[in-house]
Design a protein around this ligand. Sequence first.
Ligand code: E4P
Length: 221
Amino acid sequence: MKILIDSANIENIKHLTDYYQIEGVTTNPTILAKEQLDYLEQLKQIRKIIGKDKMFFVQTISENAADIVDEAKRIISEIDENVYIKVPAIKEGYKALKELHHLGINTLATAIFTAQQALMAARCGANYVAPYVNRIDNVSGDGIKVVSEIVELFNTHQLKTEVMAASFKNVNQVHKCSLVGAQFITASPDVIEELHSHPSSEISVNQFTKDWQERFGTVTI
Ligand code: E4P
């Protein structure tokens, strides 16, 4: 399972890509609205930091298919042709996904709440689907079960579309997604930090350092 950062914050993106193996960045309108810069400038800065080879996802805003396609073209012309266009799984979104696929533009179907939505989006040509694990849990659903069913459906029907599980509140949700075979997850900087850490690791290292220092008087080899 590969990890992406679900954030548009430059400092967080710089920090996480410096320390960990990160495959790219996903953004959405809410995430971009939190930043101070104009959204296009923010997106260009993110691309500059992560480089052209990393995966980069930008979401459309419009709610009719023709405008979604126009926005996708504009995003690509402003950033670059490697950008993946996130299209919400609403009725007009499916139509836009088909058109974008026809135009050879890479897409991710976002705001997925059921396995059938994911299957329909895949049939429309989406390269990725993003089931919203925590938001499904919040409405008394089972986010991990939805992810698991999507993985199974794509295998059963031999679809190339991959799963980018999204919307996480904690490490356990991410862990369970990795167990059911999600190919990617995108998570907030906080959750990504927590994925890499455990208090007992810190305690162990502190003890090693203390023992070494007491015996050899240094904290290096
Ligand atoms: C993914 O496409 C979304 O940007 C995101 O994961 C939603 O996460 P949230 O439910 O924490 O806002």
